[in-house]
Design a protein around this ligand. Structure first.
Ligand code: SAH
Ligand code: SF4
Ligand code: F3S
Length: 480
């Protein structure tokens, strides 16, 4: 399940695929196509950024911006960036080089000005450096400031110099963003929680996204209802640590709701047929959530629960706050509650101090747990995180060897899991037409892209498909 579709919840870990935001209906009303200003958004990073890009387009629609799918002719180019690994962060500067050339060509040919904005986690982490290294950039905006975009654009237009906004006020952002959306298909992300208080020693997220903040239930329900009304059938509740979700019960009882309560509530919304949530942390996996995983039929039997490493010593140095034993017991409980569940995980090899023996513990963990899909990375030093200054950094070639061995095992498991589905009939949410004529494309409960023959009027429906073929990333089948 490592396709590059932007709505694939985890493939986006390292996506290069642009997410093209579409104009909302409001925009089409306000700005007719000829007068509309053109907006191009390119998205890097995780599902949070995918969601944010869509919301930026929603904020810009009422002031006349319509999305286009190439940057050359755009009036506003937004790069929504990711800082998670060095490679991801460096991409921004090469992309800005290309954008600068396009801007120069556009302006020299008299096709109007191009405003350039850098948003997302690189913007938050190194905003001033971006301004210094890339003078082409007019605006730098951190992930908690998107609601201020129209005002920032006005400031740039008034030639008040470059604009840098990196304040943290997550709740203000959510209060200001419209609760109506313009979904792009039948499956949508919905942010319920942002930020992270865990401070794993390898990770930049607590610094780029700020503290854990949960959105109020009423706001989430309003957004989910709006999505359902517009044809969305599947919602993935997203956040850096969704299972840390905690908010006041909407009935004014003074009770606190966790993720389990929220899922059961959102599942009652008419039209919503499937729910997912990601990403979870093993420390916040409580019994109520496990019970919900076991009993809520709309929740898909697929759980992303990263462990990162199998050695307790490495887990401790990473500040993960749990042992391998804790994780293994959790998985046993979850499997007892929902026997058809498939697991996905994240792994890091070559964290400082990781010995051959430690790495073997990660291999043993994967063998014992068994994953249906996974995301695995070489440790990347991130400036400002505790891991960066730890002694005993692991040489690059050792990291590469370990990653290869780990991925051989993980990919074999993924292939075997997909093969085990042959002969079974799975519910597929049909998202569109497939590559070949007459073919449809959809997603299985386990998120694999699935191709089968069928007519266009099934698009947007959940249909039973008997699986006849399986590769590492996708399935094929016949309508049952
Ligand atoms: N909140 C999620 C993870 C968000 S980051 C969680 O705790 O599971 C997504 C993944 O990127 C992480 O799970 C980790 O595997 C990887 N990652 C984060 N920082 C990294 C780094 N410095 N080097 C390599 N991989 C990293
Ligand atoms: Fe990063 Fe750890 Fe927070 Fe996940 S839990 S976002 S890995 S600090
Ligand atoms: Fe990247 Fe920020 Fe997401 S660093 S992984 S875009 S939270």
């Amino acid at each position: 399940m490592t396709s590059q579709s932007p709505r694939d919840i985890n493939a986006s870990r390292d996506i290069e695929s642009p997410v093209i935001a579409k104009p909302s209906e409001t925009a089409s009303n306000i700005a007719n196509a000829q007068n509309a200003k053109k907006l191009f958004i390119k998205t890097y990073g995780c599902q949070m950024n995918v969601y944010d890009s869509e919301r930026m387009a929603d904020v810009l629609a009422p002031i006349g911006y319509m999305a286009v799918d190439t940057p050359d002719d755009a009036d506003l180019v937004v790069l929504n960036t990711c800082h998670i690994r060095e490679k991801a962060a460096e991409k921004v500067y090469s992309e800005l080089g290309r954008v600068r050339k396009m801007k120069e060509t556009k302006e020299s040919e008299g096709r109007g000005e191009m405003t350039v904005a850098v948003a997302g986690c690189v913007a938050q982490a190194e905003g001033e450096e971006i301004m210094r290294r890339a003078p082409v950039v007019d605006m730098v905006l951190g992930p908690q400031t998107y609601h201020k975009l129209p005002e920032m654009i006005a400031r740039v237009a008034r030639k008040q110099g470059n604009v840098l906004e990196t304040e943290f006020d997550t709740l203000e952002k959510f209060d200001e963003l419209p609760t109506t959306r313009d979904p792009k298909g039948f499956a949508a992300f919905l942010t319920i929680q942002e930020g992270c208080d865990k401070f794993c020693t390898f990770c930049v997220v607590p610094y780029t996204r700020g503290a854990e903040v949960s959105r109020p239930v009423a706001q989430i329900v309003a957004e989910a209802r709006d999505l359902a009304k517009k044809g969305v059938r599947e919602i993935t509740l997203i956040g850096q640590n969704v299972n840390a979700y905690m908010a006041d019960a909407p009935d004014g009882s003074g009770e606190e709701w966790g993720l389990g309560d929220l899922i059961k509530h959102v599942a009652k919304i008419g039209g919503i047929e499937r729910l997912r949530f990601t990403t979870s942390h093993p420390r916040d996996m409580d019994d109520d959530l496990i019970e919900t995983i076991g009993n809520e039929p709309k929740l898909m039997p697929y759980l992303h629960l990263p462990i990162q490493a199998g050695s307790d010593k490495v887990l401790r140095d990473m500040n993960r706050g749990h042992t391998y034993e804790h994780y293994k017991n959790l998985i046993a409980k979850i499997r007892a509650a929902r026997p058809d569940i498939a697991l996905s995980g994240d792994f890091i090899v070559g964290f400082p101090g990781e010995t051959d023996l430690d790495f073997e513990q990660t291999m043993k963990c994967v063998e014992e747990i068994g994953y249906g899909s996974s995301f695995s990375f070489k440790y990347s030093i991130r400036p400002g995180t505790p891991g960066a200054s730890m002694p005993r950094q692991v040489p690059e070639e050792v990291k590469s060897e370990r990653l290869k061995r780990l991925q051989d095992l993980l990919y074999t498991q993924q292939r075997n899991f997909n093969h085990s589905l042959i002969g079974r009939t799975l519910d597929i949410l049909v998202e569109g037409i497939g590559r070949d004529g007459g073919q449809l494309f959809g997603r299985s409960p386990y998120l694999q892209g699935t191709h089968f023959d069928g007519s266009d009027d099934l698009i947007g429906q959940v249909v039973p498909v008997t699986i006849t073929g399986a590769g590492r990333n996708s399935l094929t089948g016949d309508l049952a």
